[in-house]
Design a protein around this ligand. Structure first.
Ligand SMILES: Nc1ncnc2c1ncn2[C@@H]1O[C@H](COP(=O)(O)OP(=O)(O)OP(=O)(O)O)[C@@H](O)[C@H]1O
Length: 247
């Protein structure tokens, strides 16, 4: 297998007596979608926060394209090519779709709102290209508050795209979407992997099993299994701990 784009080595995090991450080692390889699943409270968001730089691990390290990025801040990791979308929407509701996308593009400058060093037109083109990619080019002048929930999720992905990422961290992109919205998002993510590999945290098992090349199962902060969709479906420990007998 080729070298991983993103790798965690022995990430550990405690909240008091609770071990929310127990020496988690994962890889994300070029072109793949690696899904991270597990019951509520298993530690998925805690792990994503450590990878994105929002939470400092007690032990372990995070590597992007072979570089140790554990010491970098969240914005520095984003500039290095780690694009994260959030479980809870963080869009600027009163601003337009294009303004929100531009914010993502300017963030790669390291100097939000100060566009020295990079022509504004280039940033605008990059933002517009990302909106076209997610199908929101026609809504560029629309305030975010007027978008549907599904469109807002797509805008979050457009902002991630403006970072020209090396890897995507997607935390529950299907959350709050109806079945049609989930299907649209599933179709979109299937195309997105050609741009950069995706570490996908998701509760929607239909989407996970449709999209993932590999799945890791987290239970009580520990990866209890990693494998292909067929291997995970057939794993008796996973069925017992999470998927149930019907999977
Ligand atoms: N800042 C914190 N302080 C104390 N405990 C925390 C903190 N953040 C998370 N936890 C605890 O760590 C455990 C893992 O939480 P986490 O949110 O990472 O799980 P999760 O798998 O993402 O859950 P969900 O699927 O419900 O989003 C939980 O028991 C949670 O209560």
């Amino acid at each position: 297998m080729s070298d991983p784009v993103l790798e965690t080595r022995g990430l550990s995090k405690r909240f008091g007596a609770l071990e929310a991450s127990k020496s988690v080692s994962l890889t994300l390889c070029p072109g793949e979608i690696h899904a991270l699943i597990g019951p509520n409270g298993a530690g998925k968001s805690t792990l994503i926060a450590q990878i994105a730089g929002a939470l400092k691990p007690d032990n372990g390290s995070v590597h992007l394209c072979g570089e140790d990025i554990t010491h970098l801040s969240t914005p520095a990791r984003a500039r290095a090519g780690l694009a994260r979308t959030f479980q809870v929407s963080q869009l600027a509701m009163q601003d337009t779709v294009l303004q929100n996308a531009l914010l993502g593009a300017t963030a790669t400058n390291g100097r939000p709102f100060r566009l020295w060093g990079r022509p504004v037109d280039t940033l605008r083109q990059r933002a517009q290209a990302a909106l076209t990619r997610v199908g929101l080019a026609g809504q560029a002048a629309t305030p975010v508050s007027a978008l549907s929930h599904g469109q807002r999720r797509l805008l979050e992905l457009a902002i991630a795209l403006t970072l020209e990422p090396k890897a995507f961290l997607l935390d529950e992109p299907m959350a709050g979407l109806g079945s049609e919205g989930s299907q649209n998002m599933t179709d979109f993510l299937a195309t997105l992997r050609t741009q950069a590999p995706i570490l996908l945290v998701e509760h929607d098992m239909d989407a996970v099993f449709a999209l993932a090349d590999r799945i890791s199962v987290l239970v009580y902060g520990e990866v209890i299994a990693t494998g292909t969709t067929d291997e995970i479906r057939a794993n008796p420990v996973v069925r017992e701990a999470y998927l149930g007998q019907d999977a």
